[in-house]
Design a protein around this ligand. Structure first.
Ligand code: NIG
Ligand code: FE
Length: 410
């Protein structure tokens, strides 16, 4: 079995714990200073202090000297399977059109859906693989990927099969989410109920039977799906073992957060429009509020009230939302910088949110999110840094030097 030893780490970050971090505790980040870490096979096997060095034989040694070891990021919300790109809409927005206006004109998600329907699975797989390689370079070790650019029976299944292939071939831990209710397809404009029927009666059963998704998502927001439609879709998924993980309250106080909590969602994501009632609902739940500051940044939305949420005692998770329309980037270090700058989060809170809490939000806490014996050896070694706060501070610098997934240097 491969035995890889990393010595002289300035600090081993998120060391020794494996639970959701909420409220005031989000400011605490356990770091084992001046440590070593042993990987055996694809798992973390032991850690220790350099004062008590590790002596047994190993195959490889990395001297981390002045660098930190981080658990790899868990990016619990992405749409990395897509066809083409949408920079023309980016320019339309520079010229003054809003994201919602573009969507109403048949652009946005429907634009991506049209392209995806015409693209063969091989091409989708190749393009998504490149994106996965790119996010690995910035330290991601687990990623959730949604369907939702298919918007027809065949194309949704095509997307989910592509995600299944990525799961089989990628060194990343991947979870898959069915998002048939991402937007109403044009051909159902006069028949909303018909589309929800298709999701509930045809797609969800086949997806559950074939194990093609781990979770079930709906874009519950103004101009997309109503609370009633959302509840129908979540109930159908719950009946078949697909736990909800939904898009909510990005564009309005849509009732999506409460609907998610009511149906036992693992996470509710976006949350730009969150007030007292939404916070109260979340406090009473085991649903992870997940914030996507890259999207608020790229769409120039107001940011979700992270400070208020954490100060009220909630946990929050961070994810990228990597997609062609509202956040064409999957760089988690940048997400952490945005969280510090615009969500008012401390660096320790951002790191907790992008590791343990986001591991919870995608159901991979047993394998990822912290440096604990027995978890997958998915981690990265940083560049030399004076302190942990340097990582979100020096935004745009490449501070992820060596990525290790399943115990192997990438
Ligand atoms: O999470 N909000 C809904 N869906 C995506 C955007 C998808 C798109 O514009 O293509 C999001 O932001
Ligand atoms: Fe999204």
């Amino acid at each position: 079995m491969n035995r890889l030893l990393i010595i002289n780490a300035k600090g081993i970050v998120q060391h020794g714990r494996s639970h959701v971090v909420r409220g005031k505790a989000m400011q605490e980040l356990p770091v084992l200073e001046n440590g070593w870490l042993l990987i055996e096979g694809d798992r973390i096997s032991e850690t220790g202090h350099m004062d008590e060095p590790f002596h047994s034989p190993v195959n490889d040694v990395i001297d981390a000297e002045g660098r930190y070891i981080f658990p790899a990021w868990c990016d619990s919300h992405t749409h990395v399977v897509y066809a083409g790109s949408r920079e023309t809409e980016f320019v339309d927005r520079i010229l003054g059109l809003s994201y919602e206006e573009i969507a109403r004109r048949g652009g946005g998600i429907l634009n991506s859906a049209k392209r995806l329907q015409q693209t063969d699975p091989e091409e989708l797989y190749d393009a998504a693989s490149l994106r996965l390689q790119e996010v690995i370079r910035s330290g991601t070790g687990a990623i959730e990927i949604k369907s939702g650019y298919g918007l027809s029976f065949d194309a949704e299944l095509k997307m989910l099969h592509v995600i299944r292939r990525l799961k089989e071939s990628s060194p990343l831990i991947i979870k898959s989410t069915f998002l048939g209710a991402h937007a109403l397809p044009a051909e159902f404009r006069e028949n909303r109920r018909g589309y929800v029927d298709l999701l509930v009666n045809e797609l969800i059963p086949i997806i559950a039977d074939e194990g093609l998704a781990d979770y079930n998502d709906v874009f519950c927001d103004r101009g997309f799906f109503t609370v009633e439609e959302t509840e129908r879709i979540l109930e159908a998924g719950n009946k078949r073992g697909l736990r909800p993980k939904i898009h909510a309250n990005e564009l309005d106080y849509s009732g999506g957060i409460q609907a998610g909590v009511k149906h036992h969602a693992l996470s509710v994501d976006h949350l730009e429009c969150t007030g007292e009632a939404e916070i109260a609902a979340l406090l009473d739940s085991d649903t992870m509020p997940t914030l996507l500051p890259g999207t608020a940044f790229f769409l120039k939305l107001h940011y979700p009230p992270a400070r208020k949420m954490i100060d009220a005692g909630l946990p929050v998770a961070l994810a990228s939302d990597y997609n062609p329309g509202s956040c064409p980037s999957g760089k988690m270090p940048f997400v952490c910088s945005l969280a510090c700058l615009y969500l008012g989060m401390y660096p320790e809170e951002a790191i907790n949110a992008a590791t343990l809490n986001s591991a919870y939000a995608m159901g991979v806490m047993d394998d990822a999110g912290s440096i604990v014996k027995g978890k997958k050896a998915n981690l990265f070694i940083s560049a030399r840094m004076p302190s942990l706060s340097y990582l979100p501070y020096a935004f745009g610098s490449d501070l992820v030097e060596t990525v290790i997934l399943n115990g192997k240097i990438q």
